[in-house]
Each structure stands twice: as structure tokens, then as C-alpha cells.
Write a protein that binds this ligand. Structure first.
Ligand SMILES: [Zn+2]
Length: 236
């Protein structure tokens, strides 16, 4: 048995998706990576969340070859792997068709930054990808889903904008750890819900002024972050 801790973290992040109300049935998946070993643990395909065990998590290498596990990995595994290969500081990824983020994805509209909850977590709008082409869907669909995300992130820092909407499909979120990825998926969902409500009340609502966005984002993420409790000095 390998990567016991990682499998446990990934198992827990999968259950977080249920606990946070982001998935139904067997939809959704969470993964995590051990960068030293270059191995990823991910939810098995089509297995129900009830009774799922850490040992059910499938371990694959960055090319998708199964290193451990008897079940098939999630069908979205190639998307996760493409993102891990391209975003070296990302340690966990989740995918869920959560309702409100999916509404924006289906409308192929980015989520504009309208308030400070958004600005605390996302440095600007949550971007939306283009639609995949017919050819991209017919060959290596899941790998190409990763590729259109990467294409959209040209010039963006994935840890400053830890989520994306795939046009016509739904959101992917990530973080330094699987738990953080699940939390970002939850914040994304609440942010999408608040944005939809705001735009319903005031369709012409303009985005949050930059000076407020920057204040909130930097307070939590900047070099002089003041949010939360300092642990043992150096803050990462
Ligand atoms: Zn999906």
C-alpha cells in the first residue's frame, strides 16, 4: 500500500464535496498529488460516496498509468493530470457540477468580481474557457478539457485564480491541497450564487472597484497578509 496519507486526504476531499452540497449521485471528483513521487490519487469512477474508503482511491502517474488500485480512476483523470503537469504549485483539484457555478459555465459567462467574498478568494473574475471543438471532443475529450483550461490561463496565476468554468460544462477548482481545492469549490459556488442574485437585482451592476478588490485579495494572499493567525512566523 502506498501514499496512505495522500489517499486519505483525497478521500476526505471527495466527501467534502458531498458535505458542502456540491455534488449529487456519483458526480464529481477530487484528487491530490505527491510531487516528489509524481503520483496522483483520485476518486474511482462511478463509485458512490457512501461507503467509499481511502483505499478505494486510485493512484496514477502523471501520464495516467495506474500505479495502484483495482478500480478504474475517474473518467475526468486526464483533465486533472493536464492541470497538474502545467500548474506545478497546485496540490489538489476538484470537479463538481455545483448548481450556480454550472449556470455561469452553461451561459459561458465569467463570474465578475462583484463583492469582497469573491475578492478574498479570486484575484479578479473567475474565467470561462472557450467551447471545445468537435475534433477536441471526439479525440481525447478529457485531456482537451485540460488543454482549454490551460489555454485560458495564459498570463494568469492559477493560485491567485483557483477555479475555472469550462464552457457548457461546469467548474474545476484547485488549491495547494485537496482540502483547499474543495473549499475553493465551495467558495466558488457561493460566489456564483451571490453574483447571480446581484445581477438579478441590478443587471447593470459594475464590478467591484479595483482598490477594494486589491485590498481584500492582498489582505489574505499578499506578502503582507494580515488575515488569520500567524503560525510560527513565516507565512506562506
Ligand atoms: Zn463534469
Amino acid at each position: 500500500m502506498m501514499l496512505e496519507n495522500l489517499k486519505k486526504e483525497v478521500w476526505r476531499a471527495n466527501l467534502d464535496l458531498v458535505r458542502y452540497g456540491l455534488v449529487i449521485l456519483t458526480f464529481g471528483n477530487a484528487s491530490g498529488i505527491n510531487r516528489k513521487k509524481g503520483l496522483v490519487a483520485i476518486k474511482p469512477s462511478g463509485v458512490s460516496y457512501d461507503g467509499m474508503k481511502p483505499s478505494d482511491m486510485v493512484v496514477v502517474d502523471l501520464n495516467g498509468k495506474v500505479a495502484e488500485g483495482t478500480l478504474n480512476p475517474s473518467s475526468d483523470t486526464p483533465t486533472h493530470l493536464a492541470l497538474y503537469r502545467m500548474f506545478p504549485r497546485v496540490g489538489g483539484i476538484v470537479h463538481a457540477h455545483s448548481e450556480y457555478a454550472t449556470m455561469f459555465a452553461q451561459a459561458a459567462k465569467e463570474i465578475p468580481c462583484l463583492g469582497t467574498t469573491h475578492a478574498d478568494h479570486f484575484h479578479g473574475p473567475v474565467p470561462v474557457t472557450r467551447f471545445l471543438t468537435k475534433r477536441e471532443v471526439e479525440t481525447d475529450y478529457e485531456g482537451n478539457t485540460g488543454r482549454v483550461i490551460i489555454e485560458r490561463f495564459a498570463g494568469l496565476d492559477p493560485l491567485e485564480t483557483p477555479a475555472v468554468l469550462v464552457a457548457g460544462h461546469g467548474p474545476f477548482a484547485w488549491g495547494r491541497t485537496p482540502a483547499e481545492a474543495a473549499q475553493n469549490a465551495l467558495v466558488l459556488e457561493r460566489t456564483a450564487k451571490a453574483a447571480l442574485g446581484t445581477l438579478t437585482l441590478d443587471p447593470g451592476r459594475r464590478r467591484l472597484p479595483d482598490y477594494i478588490l486589491e485590498k481584500h485579495f492582498q489582505r489574505k494572499h499578499g506578502p503582507h497578509a494580515t488575515y488569520g493567525q500567524k503560525k510560527g512566523g513565516a507565512k506562506k
